[in-house]
Design a protein. Structure first.
Length: 290
């Protein structure tokens, strides 16, 4: 996709979250599907089938996401009365509209996540990228009765050109940046959109699949982070917990999300929130840096 010019405008750096809290925690659940004939890029087998062969094992592994893993993770977080940011593939909205409608009615934040998890934006033409946004948005709106406010791309990967398209199609915010700690405004010729950076320290896929760490270590890493942050000068920040239904949505690992949820609920200094609520908070305070 072509390079595109835009203006970046920082927002007030000295804000606090509601009730003067400094730490916001967002539970992001990847509610994903893959295109027909395409499998999850990760699987439980150590050996990969060569010569472009379709891998039924990896396909079955990925299908667990929507049918079992996400329902389990949502149920865990609902027991703690924690709202979820559900990063939702357009194909999920088309295939499981009633389930998605139920999640929306329960107060969870339904977020666009591309049409299919294998459709990574840098690999798409401008037309295909826009078609992914349009079809995904329409599918979510048909399922839940309203357009999603936010977008997080597959692999948290999009360019300024894609982000400009998101502004064009009425999105209020996206999470496809890693270059900051707090939201900032992007202004394109097509409109403006809030960029809300993702934090990457607590992501189950690299934790388990790349580094071979355990669920216990996942919980301990989060505990250590909270302890370490409190030993430093106070600053306003966002901590993201990212879980995939086909990875930590399984019984042997989902308990780790339950443990982290318990830790957060026990701590009144943490704002348990969603990205759309963060965007609304910035809109409410209406403060821009000079």
């Amino acid at each position: 996709m072509a390079q595109i010019e835009f203006e970046t405008r920082p927002l007030a750096p000295d804000i606090c979250w509601p009730d003067n809290r400094r730490i916001a925690v967002v539970f992001n659940l990847a509610y994903e599907m893959w295109s027909p004939g395409v499998t999850s890029g990760v699987g439980p087998m150590g050996n990969i089938l060569g010569d472009g062969l379709f891998d039924p094992n990896a396909d079955s592994y990925g299908r667990y996401n929507a049918t079992h893993g996400i329902p389990r993770l949502v149920s865990i977080l609902e027991r703690h009365d924690i709202p979820v940011t559900l990063m939702t593939s357009g194909l999920v909205a088309e295939t499981f509209p009633d389930q998605l409608c139920t999640y929306a009615a329960q107060g969870h934040d339904i977020v666009g996540h591309g049409l299919a998890q294998d459709m990574i934006f840098p690999t798409l033409s401008t037309d295909d990228a826009e078609r992914s946004i349009i079809r995904s948005t329409a599918a979510i709106e048909a399922a839940i009765g309203r357009r999603p406010l936010g977008w997080i791309s597959p692999r948290v990967t999009s360019s300024a050109a894609t982000q400009s398209l998101l502004a064009t199609h009425g999105y209020h915010w996206h999470g496809d940046v890693l270059d900051g700690d707090l939201p900032y405004l992007q202004r394109f010729e097509t409109g403006e959109i809030l960029a809300i950076p993702m934090s990457v320290e607590f992501n189950d896929l690299p934790h388990a699949m790349r580094f071979g760490r355990t669920p216990t270590q996942f919980v301990e890493m989060f505990q250590d982070a909270l302890t370490g942050l409190r030993s430093q000068p106070a600053e306003t920040l966002i901590l993201d917990i990212i879980a995939h239904g086909h990875c930590y949505g399984r019984p042997a690992a989902a308990w780790a999300i339950d443990e982290i949820a318990s830790l957060c609920k026990e701590d009144d200094s943490i704002w348990l929130t969603t990205r759309s609520k963060i965007a609304a908070h910035y809109k409410k305070i209406g403060q821009h840096a000079a």
